[in-house]
Design a protein around this ligand. Structure first.
Ligand SMILES: [Fe+2]
Ligand SMILES: [Fe+2]
Length: 407
């Protein structure tokens, strides 16, 4: 079946350009075009769409209002907002029903990629339980300014490494944070990284972007409003899980892009905890207390109290923030990998195992209910027998980090 896509823009020129640009997609896409919100809604009423793309600024019904109405009338559609304003955060804040954002004018390839991304993350974006939690957030957590600047630079034509490094260097605090992290023994680099230019060249853009996002989100966490949480430990666990997930990928001989995804997904896998604890401190305290009293795992308690887990909420936000879909899917299911139908090695598998091994090898406090490994999932992936090799490699990484820190 073809993917049904509705484009709404008040400028007929834009619509005819879209029609021309996507002519070659007719085999896969069934496209409809509307010049204003009300006629878009009328088309939805006739037959719902899989994807709805709307311009933000339109006379009469604006893009935000249209997408809100479309959300009610066509809840199963991925909603994308196009906006001349390049501040993604501001746009997503005002257009809460949007799942993806694209600055205008955009290239056809970019729009195609955003549509594909939205569809790949359908399960995450259209999860009612997650939507209910996210809808209760007064404000969406904002992304670090540097992260937004990097996304902006990347959405224009391919920036040079030097340009990217320049952006990173302008943020002195963030640069210091990145250098401190990548030079720690645990990161496992053989060279000393002395400058942002060096870091960007050595680690690549994707890793730098993920570090900026991770460091920024953790830095912003209001420790005063939520004292039950040991932020340092959660950051250590996140950083460690990324490192171990990458190690597992290396042991499996995964391609470099996959190793990168494993690392990033590990680093960001628990950001949902930060968001939930900051925004709903009372309810999250309840979750933690129940876990400490042995009522169940974090996941079970979150589901009981919120109806959705930190994995799902975190994935939704990472999806909104433009993190790659393989990473978002790995975060989404890191506690319930059995819900994924793919066999073989994947970032999801690496993060699921690394999360467990990190808890096992670096004991934070006893009595904490460690999430168990999903044996059935591992068996279905055909990689159960690799577990001892992964454990051994990860233990060596942890030992190396500990030795150098003591020295
Ligand atoms: Fe988790
Ligand atoms: Fe975790």
């Amino acid at each position: 079946m073809k993917t049904r896509i509705l484009f709404v823009d008040d400028e007929p020129n834009v619509l005819s350009a879209l029609r021309r640009m996507f002519h070659d997609m007719r085999g896969e896409w069934e496209m409809a075009f509307a010049t204003d919100g009300p006629s878009g809604l009328a088309m939805i009423a006739e037959q719902p769409f899989d994807v709805v793309v709307a311009d933000m600024r339109m006379p009469g019904m604006d893009g935000a209002t249209f997408l809100r109405e479309a959300q009610t009338a066509n809840p199963g559609a991925i909603r994308i907002v196009l906006s001349g304003h390049s501040d993604r955060d501001m746009v997503l804040q005002t257009v809460r029903p949007a799942h993806q954002f694209l600055p205008k004018p955009c290239q056809p390839a970019e729009l195609k990629a955003v549509i594909a991304r939205g569809l790949a993350l359908r399960e995450v974006f259209l999860d009612e339980r997650v939507k209910n939690v996210v809808a209760k957030l007064d404000r969406l957590p904002t992304v670090p300014r540097l992260y937004a600047a990097l996304l902006d630079a990347l959405s224009r034509e391919e920036p040079s490494m030097r340009e990217v490094a320049g952006l990173v260097a302008q943020d002195v605090g963030m640069s210091a944070g990145i250098l401190k992290l990548v030079n720690s023994a645990f990161f496992g680099l053989r060279t000393h990284v002395a400058s942002p230019v060096h870091a960007v060249n050595l680690l690549g853009l994707e890793i730098v972007k993920a570090l900026v996002l991770g460091i920024g989100l953790f830095d912003r966490f209001d420790k005063e409003s939520f004292r039950d949480f040991d932020l340092e430990k959660l950051w250590g666990h996140s950083f460690g899980t990324g490192r171990l997930a990458r190690e597992i990928a290396e042991v499996e001989g995964a391609a470099s892009a996959v190793r990168e995804h494993c690392y990033i997904a590990g680093l960001l896998h628990d950001v949902g905890k930060l968001v939930m604890a900051t925004n709903f401190p009372g309810a999250y305290r309840e979750v933690i207390t129940a876990c400490q009293e042995g009522a169940g795992t974090i996941l079970e308690m979150e589901q009981r109290v919120f109806g959705a887990s930190h994995a799902e909420v975190g994935a939704y936000l990472l999806g909104l923030w433009g993190v790659e879909d393989a990473v978002v899917r790995a975060v989404y299911l890191h506690h319930e990998p059995g819900r994924d139908r793919h066999a073989g090695f994947s970032p999801l598998l690496a993060v699921h195992v690394a999360n467990r091994l990190e808890h096992e090898l670096v004991v934070i406090h006893r009595g904490y209910a460690i999430n168990s490994l999903d044996e059935l999932y591992l068996a279905a992936s055909g990689l159960s027998d690799r577990l001892p090799a992964w454990r051994e490699a990860c233990a060596a990484v942890v030992d190396r980090g500990a030795d150098t820190q003591e020295a």
